[in-house]
Ligand binder design. Structure first.
Ligand SMILES: [Zn+2]
Length: 230
């Protein structure tokens, strides 16, 4: 009997040791929060596209960003930071400084589009271009290049996920993914996309962009994309 008890002690002791050695790192990995940075474009004097006499692009991007923040905050493992949470002008440089200081895991910039006539509709998604790597005459270390490529690949993946989700909200309205130079992100290695959510110049889309229910629908769709990305 004594021997059996000793054996049992030994086994449970080993089990405990296993949990201490291997269990703790797993636990802390699971608790690590992903940092999402949302950028409601424009603000203050910089109104962006005029949507109505009183409402500008800056108001819609802020409303959607706040709704998106609320939606993402429901996820325990996500932490959300906004480049602005009020109607104030923030310079390009300030936004850039904040990105490099906070180093988010993803960066999502929100804009509203405008066309010359009423007929342009749909969303557009931009991701940082590969162009500046190939164009650079400066020597870039291979390691840096690899890191940069990884972030660009992640940006494309995020753009594709968001596209797929927005497709369900704006059927057949996707104008595709576009590679573009994104000066706001130059030299900052993080997965990032710029979304032109819809056209303020199209009556149907304007209605959706101006309504609280439309804004919340858009926010929920973007949130779904970000959750899938992680
Ligand atoms: Zn804009």
């Amino acid at each position: 009997m004594l021997r059996k008890t000793r054996k049992l002690f030994l086994i449970s002791g080993l089990l405990l040791l296993f949990v201490i050695v291997f269990g703790v790192p797993y636990l802390s990995a699971a608790e690590k929060k992903h940092l999402v940075m949302i950028d409601p474009a424009h603000g203050g004097q910089d109104t962006g596209v005029k949507i109505t006499d009183k409402v500008g692009e800056k108001d819609i991007t802020l409303a959607i960003a706040l709704a998106l923040q609320k939606e993402l905050a429901k996820e325990g493992h996500l932490e959300i930071v906004l480049t602005r949470n009020a109607d104030k002008e923030i310079s390009f440089e300030e936004r850039r400084k904040n990105i490099s200081k906070i180093k988010p895991d993803v960066f999502l910039s929100l804009h509203i589009n405008a066309g010359f006539g009423k007929s342009s509709t749909g969303f557009e998604i931009y991701y940082p271009g590969f162009k500046d790597i190939t164009d650079q005459k400066k020597q870039v270390k291979d390691g840096q290049k690899d890191a940069r490529n990884k972030y660009l690949n992640d940006s494309v993946r995020l753009a594709q996920i968001i596209q797929k989700n927005l497709d369900s909200l704006f059927p057949r309205k996707g104008r595709g993914l576009r590679e573009a130079e994104t000066p706001i992100l130059e030299g900052i290695n993080i997965p990032a996309v710029v979304v032109e959510i819809g056209f303020g110049t199209n009556p149907e889309e304007r209605k959706k962009l101006l309504s609280t229910s439309g804004q919340s629908e858009i926010a929920k769709t973007l949130a779904r994309g970000i959750k899938i990305f992680f």
